[in-house]
Design a protein around this ligand. Sequence first.
Ligand code: INI
Length: 171
Amino acid sequence: MAGRAPGRRGAPAGQGRRFGVVVARFHEPITVRLLEGALAALRDHGAADAAIDVTWVPGAFEIPQVALRLARSGRFDALICLGVVIRGETPHFEHVAREAARGIQEVALATGVPTTFGVVTAESEAQAWDRAGGKVGNRGEEAALAALELVGLMARLPVRAKGRGRRGRGR
Ligand code: INI
């Protein structure tokens, strides 16, 4: 089970922060469980309901497109991406799973907005349920905890100083 996210000076990590959750409808009964896990973790860490925005997309493949738009809006401190991709069900499992993972990381790197990966990739539906509040935890909760931790971490890390790019180094 994932640990608890540290806050600022004792404040809950989610207090005063805005979170976007992007969740895929494909395998909706399971993604709903991931969403419940994520929302519970955010609330548990002080995030207000009004500061949590949930956006549904058709499938995991569409998550990065929508996450990118949300990240660029400047309205969110972090994004949490949720979906379920099951190998047994489709020959294009590999494409959907790979592109979801690659795209989500790209959103984070391109925008600097912490964007976490709560997409379950499983061999079977039973395995997916195990990771959505079953015997192997809840990947939605874990992705929310990671987002909470990154929000605090990013606030403490240095940002690139003005004029300190390649030209600014002077050598
Ligand atoms: N989308 C998923 O989120 N999970 C899956 O397991 C899945 N399968 O099996 O195909 C899936 N496909 C849909 C895909 O994400 C897109 O929505 C679709 O290809 C339209 O772009």
